[in-house]
Design a protein around this ligand. Sequence first.
Ligand code: CTP
Length: 406
Amino acid sequence: MSFLPGKNILLGISGGIAAYKSAELVRLLRKQGANVRVCMTAAAQEFITPLTLQALSGNPVHTELLDPQAELGMGHIELARWADAILIAPATANTLARLTYGLADDLLNTVCLASKAPLAVAPAMNQQMWRNPATQHNIRILQERGIRVFGPGEGEQACGDTGLGRMLEAAELVQTLETCCATSQALHGTRVLITAGPTREPIDPVRFLTNRSSGKMGYAVALAAAKMGAEVVLVSGPVALECPPGVKRILTESAADMLKATCEQAQQANLFIATAAVADYTPMEVAGRKIKKNAETLSIEMKRTTDILATIKREHPHLFTVGFAAETHDLMEYARSKLERKGIDMIAANSVADGKAFDQPTNALEVVWKDGHHSFPEMSKQRLAEELMALVAAHYKQRKTSDDPD
Ligand code: CTP
């Protein structure tokens, strides 16, 4: 699917030496059939002139927030509404910091704040500035908000250093923008139900059994699905995470609560993704009063909980269903056997050997389905969730077309 032809792309240019590559970027975007408008910060104009970009884009270049003349033509709000996608290339450390804090004291940042369009940034800076914890912190926050980060690349830098921080080449940026925008509305009109986080199985009024799941992967999957245009319901166990924007969250505690809430929501769903680390066993009885330490040993008799994923698939066989599996060994074998045993459409398996994955910012996945599999190498959970959702959406669409060819 091609996204760029006829689309309105707002190119933001901030003040870095890589701004010279933006001229080529404008040319390539137009060659792909996109309408391009350029918004430059004051510092960017020290590196490349607005006149060059005006000539290449065929449109006046936007530079001032408080310019009555410019506001007469296309003011900042119109510009924000005009854009189908915004790409800031180069995005300096300063611009990234300003985006993180939502500053609105220049035209570029104000337009980004005022726009609903997908936003991507192509960082360009000295390798030490890129590695600085402040920049890394800002990048993480921007990614969590769903802002796409293209690059940076590695190599020799204008200042003589070598390392990460080079802006990607114009052709790579155009290709990445094309790919991520083409998938950006792939789940429009689809209702996605997701379980996430751990559960808490009560022992007595003050104690419970739980596990190490942070819910980060499930929340990242929920955000990724929402960004692809899906209506997302997230049934969550107790976690220390905020509800992702555009997602409806239902908070639950025990495996039984999670089962009930999920069953209630499944009726309306088209796609179900079970990322939750649901307790497999729960105490047979919950003590009504706090258990006192009267004995040397304590045994708690447990019973199996209901498998939410298998139950939903059994009750709604046409629901496209994706499970997760955390394994310490024989990853692929267990993934395949769970896929068959639960009768689900896909399973995403990850290794939890040596403390991997649980409560970590990164993860790697092996995704398995009936007649194939795909490996995602280690990357941030948000990026992984986006890649996973693109794969899930493609399989879901394929199933939908074969079920209903008209
Ligand atoms: N799951 C569920 N309800 C449960 C248990 C698991 O929905 N009561 C879902 C999880 O959300 C995940 C998948 O099932 O998608 C995990 O499969 P499962 O066989 O339960 O994995 P493990 O608990 O790791 O099982 P095993 O002990 O066989 O390794």
